[in-house]
Each structure stands twice: as C-alpha cells, then as structure tokens.
Design a protein around this ligand. Structure first.
Ligand code: F6R
Length: 610
C-alpha cells in the first residue's frame, strides 16, 4: 500500500505530483506529502487526510520546483499524522525519501543510528532508512551509492524515491516487493507506484524488478541490480487512456466500474472463442494447455474478492473439466508448507497483480516446481511477470477500492479456461458452442440488470439501517453470497456474513429475527427447491428476505419480501449476473449512509504489505 510519485524536468513539479497522488490515492489515503527542491532548498509539505488537504496546503505555501517526490500513505508503523507522513528528512535535512513497504529490521538500524548520534522524530520505519542513507553520505556523498549501500543492510520491502539537496538533478529509486515504474518523457522523467499516476504525461514506461536500483534525471536514467550490474531494460508502451482512470461523470469510481461491466466483460472475452469449434483460444496459455489439462490437481490461490472468484473457479473446473481443485487463501498458503508437486498447476488470481500475500504464495509454488499461472488485471504487474503464463482479464483500471468489474471479468476468464479444458476432455462441440453463445449474449444481460439500478436503489433503502446481514447461496452461488457480504462490509461498515444456504440451520439461524435481513441468491437451478425451503425457515422466524431470482420466477415473489430479478444464462455464467444487484445494493446503502464509497476507512486497493 502507499503510493509514490516523482518528477524531474523543466516544469513545476508540485501540480504534477499532486495529480499523480490523486490517481494513487486508492493505495492509501490517511496522509500525504510532497518534497520539492526549491531553488536549492529541500522543502517538505505534509498533511493528515486526503490528497485534497495536501493540495490546499501546497497551494497556500506556494511550493515550487522542477524536481520533487510525493507520497500518499496507508499507515503501517506509526499512526496517521503529519509527523509520520512522508517524505521524511534525514536528520541533516539534506536528504528526503518516500517509501512504500516495510523495513523489517528498522529497529536494529535505528539502534545503530542512535549510537552514531542520530535522532528520530517520527514513529516510522522509513526514517531509519533515510538516516542510514545519510550515514553513508557523510563524507564525499554519491547519493546513488549511499542508497545502494543502505539497501544492502535492509530487510523488508520497499519502493523508494530519494532526493538530495546536494544532487538536485536526480531522483534515486529502488524496488523490492513494492511496485515501481519509470515513465520516460521529453526533457522530463517520472517515477510512480503504478502507471495510473503518470499516464497523462507519458505512455513509455520501464518496470523495475525486485532488488533493482536506479535514478532518473530530466533527460536520462540508469538502472542497476542492487549488486551493481548495469541493466538494459525493455521500454514498454502502455495502452491506457486517461478516460479509463477518471470518473467520467459518475459520482464514484465504484458506480462507474459497476456500470462499465458490459464493456469490461466484452473486453475480457474479445477474440478468445471460436464458435465453429466450440473452443476457447487463450493466447497467454499457448504451449501450456496440455500441461494444464493433465494437471493432477489445480490449486487456485488469491485474497479477498479474487479468492471468491477462485471458489467459482473450483466449481467450474471440477464440474466441467473433471480436474480436482483446491482453493487456498494466499496468506495461508505461503506459510503452511503446502504439498505441491510438479504435476500440479497453481493459478493465482489478482486484480492488482501486486498483493503481497499472493505474490509470496506464487514464489513458493514456483519454488516447488508447479506450473504457475496468473489471472491478473494490471498489465505488467509483479504477479503477471512472475507467472509462467497466464490470462489478463482486461477489465481496465479499477480504482474504487471495492472490487466489482474485476470480479466479473475474473469469472469470465475462469469460464473461458473451463471451456478450453472441458473441450480437451469430454465436452462436446455442441456444448462448447452453447457456452460460447451464452458468453456472447452476457454483456446485454448485464445491461438489462443495470437498467434496474433505480429499483435496486429503492429496495436497498429498506435495508440501509440494518446492523447485520446474512447472505446465503448454494453451489456456485455460495461464493456470490460471500462476495455480496464482503462488498457490504467494506463500504457500508455493516456486519454481513456469507454462508452456504444449507449451513444456516447449523448455527446462523439463531441470529434471525425481524432486524436481521437475509439475502438469498436463488436462481432456478438444481437446488432451487431446497433454497425455497431455507427462505421459509427465515420467514418463519420473522426474518426479512431479499431474493435474487430468475426473471420468470413468480413463486419466489410470494415468499420473499423483496425480489430482484435477473435474466437467465448458462449456469456457468450465473455468478456474473447474480453478483451485480449485490454490488449495486452495497453501493447504494453506503451512499445513503453518507460514507466514502471509493475510499472506505482502513482499506487500500492494493495490499502490498503482509
Ligand atoms: C474487495 C477487495 C479486496 C481484494 C484483495 C485482493 O473488494 O478489493 O478484497 O480483492 O485485496 O486484491 P487483488 O485482487 O488485487 O490481489
């Protein structure tokens, strides 16, 4: 978490950095700061709270200079306040630094520095690093070398940018475990945690890898390994438009991203099916299809919403391709010495491609010889680059902290992989064609649901004051129940639990009364009648029921208090439709409660710390 940005060139850096920080705010938003060299003098302005608070301060301070670094924070060490906000000055006041990550051995470094006479003002781990750089800069200072020497003593993760009063013509940068990208301009260069921050200014970028260090000047750059070998890195052209990272007239990114789903799904599926043969064609898996299809077992690992998509994947791969699947939280997988052999395939799902737990789990699976595949949204992200092969979901930038369009596109990719595998196994061409037709028709069905936004909003109003919610679904809809509950929790701060509907009677039923609404995901599938039975059980205990049901279902309306209808599609794709009313309901309830939908408290979009 945390976002960093840097600029060096012939323009005033302050507005560029503020703009970049606004684009990175999804990574952290408890405090922010800018450090700029102003006519030879390093100056730092910081503010607690959002980047807009910092912006006002910078405007009134008149901060101005052609080189600068900025930071938006998600606190790890030290509470969110101005002192702990970045950039941090070294004690000498010569060097300033912004940092995304965690310096694990900071207390040892701090003790060493205190013994050398350094004094500390903040509670952060970062201050130990900036002072260590300062320490290596004592005599004849070469900033790049001082940073390199300091990093050789550091355990932990970092994406850093460092500025020195004595070398105001360069920004030194380094990466280990936190993302960092260089943007190349004309007589100006940029650095950022991700391309969103700089895409307005340049589309030519270089991704740094772990244990790489470098610098940018206004017309040059250098990248080396931490052990001092010069690297010639590829310059990538990014294919992203500024419209993709603005709200385009919507009140919130989350609503925009929910509404974008017909288009994001089209982008996910485009060119990836062949109707005549009833097959999926996934360029990112070419050369790996046989090994994947012959896997003894597939493990799917992820966190949060992506983990819910993984649960849908389990159902799809087992049901249609007959391959045993296990789903693991990446955070658990990485620490529990999982039994993996070379005949296993491990698939990692991540919107950001930067989630620290998922990346660490991926490295563990690779170390054990499994085929490692990524299902990732952010092109060029760490998980995408570390995978043996994979499939981009192409959902476009997702800025709202609550994941929406990434979830539906992840399920779309899992459905395409299922089709690929099932057709290599027992699925007939006709069955394959049925699935492709359903895939092609899906965006219009999503549009149908979105047209009922006002109805969903008015139904949501009946539930906005509830303190607790239960979400229930069976089979492929159980992960949707989990996802609906998570969406509500994260942006509305209402406690919600997802359960398999049949589990209700083993405990959660005790919670049901007139104040505890239950959301049933109840399309007419094989277990529909049983779900109706569960609804009766809730009604018998005075519980309020909202049902997500098929468009032709008239029976359920007689039981549930409120019903939201969805069109029918192939069973495999149903979760993509059933989740949409739940996304909208969470959104509307959060707005009704006056909460910050795009930046919910305590959360950040990209969890790059453990
Ligand atoms: C929920 C949400 C998180 C993420 C999780 C994994 O709305 O956004 O639960 O799904 O942090 O993130 P990625 O997919 O980027 O690895």
């Amino acid at each position: 978490m945390c976002g960093i940005v840097g600029y060096i060139g012939d323009k005033n850096s302050a507005p560029i950095l503020i703009n970049g920080l606004k684009r990175l705010e999804y990574r952290g938003y408890d405090s922010a700061g800018l450090g700029i060299i102003e006519e030879g003098t390093p100056r730092i302005v910081k503010a607690k709270g959002k980047v807009s608070v910092l912006e006002n301060k910078v405007d009134s301070d008149g901060l101005h200079g052609e080189v600068g670094i900025g930071h938006t924070r998600w606190a790890t060490h030290g509470i969110p306040n101005e002192i702990n906000a970045h950039p941090h000055f070294s004690m000498s006041g010569k060097i300033m630094l912004v940092h995304n990550g965690i310096i694990e051995n900071y207390s040892v470094l701090k003790e060493f520095l205190i013994s050398k006479g350094y004094e500390f003002v903040s509670e952060t781990d970062t201050e130990a690093l900036v002072n260590l750089i300062d320490y290596y800069c004592k005599e004849e200072c070469d900033l790049f070398e001082a940073v390199r020497k300091a990093l050789l003593k550091v355990d932990g993760t970092y994406g850093i940018a460092v500025l020195s009063k004595d070398e105001p013509d360069k920004i030194v940068i380094a990466k280990n475990g936190s993302p960092l990208v260089i943007g190349l301009g004309e007589k100006e260069n940029y650095i950022a945690s991700d391309v969103n921050a700089i895409v307005e200014y340049t589309k030519r970028v270089i991704y740094l890898e772990d244990k790489e260090i470098g610098y940018i000047t206004s017309n040059d750059y250098l990248i080396k390994t931490l052990d001092n070998h010069k690297l010639n890195k590829e310059v990538n052209e990014i294919d992203m438009d500024i419209d993709e990272i603005t709200k385009s007239g919507y009140d919130h990114f989350m609503l925009k991203e929910i509404m974008e789903q017909p288009e994001s799904l089209r982008n996910t599926m485009r060119g990836r099916t062949v109707l005549s043969e009833g097959i999926a064609k996934l360029g990112g898996l070419i050369g790996y299809e046989e090994r994947l299809a012959n896997s003894k077992r597939i493990i799917i690992s992820a966190c949060g919403t992506s983990w819910h998509a993984a649960l849908v994947g389990e159902y799809l791969f087992e049901n249609y391709a007959g391959i045993p699947v296990e789903v693991e939280y990446a955070s658990e997988f990485r620490y529990r010495n999982p039994i993996i052999d070379k005949d296993d395939t491990v698939i990692f799902i991540s919107q950001s491609g930067e989630t620290a737990d998922t990346l660490a789990a991926l490295k563990e699976a690779k170390r054990k010889g499994a085929l490692v595949l990524g299902i990732v949204n952010v092109v060029g992200s760490s998980i995408a680059r570390a995978s043996d092969a994979g499939v981009y979901i192409h959902a476009g930038p997702e800025i709202g902290v609550a994941s929406t369009k990434a979830f539906t596109s992840q399920i779309m990719v899992l459905s395409l992989i299922t089709l690929l595998l099932a057709r290599m196994k027992n699925m007939s061409v006709v069955q394959g064609q049925e699935i492709i037709k359903a895939i092609e028709a899906l965006p219009e069905k999503v549009e149908e649901i979105l047209k009922h936004n006002e109805l969903i909003k008015s139904v949501s109003a009946h539930f906005a004051d509830a303190k607790n919610f239960l979400y229930l679904g069976r089979g492929i809809h159980f992960p949707v129940a989990l996802e609906g509950a998570l969406k509500l929790k994260e942006i509305s701060y209402i406690h919600a639990e997802g359960y398999p509907a049949a589990e209700m009677k083993h405990g959660p039923i005790a919670l049901i009364d007139e104040n505890m609404p239950t959301v049933f995901i109840a399309p007419q599938d094989a277990v529909y009648e049983k779900v109706l039975g569960n609804i009766e059980e809730v009604k018998a205990r005075d519980g309020k029921v909202l049902a997500i049901a098929d468009e032709n279902d008239t029976k359920i309306e007689t039981l549930a208090d409120y019903t939201l209808k969805i069109p029918r599609t192939h069973e495999m794709l149903m979760p993509i439709l059933t989740v949409i009313p739940l996304q909208l309901m969470a959104y509307h309830i959060a707005v009704m409660k006056g909460l910050n939908v795009d930046q919910p408290r305590n959360l950040a979009k990209s969890v790059t710390v453990e």
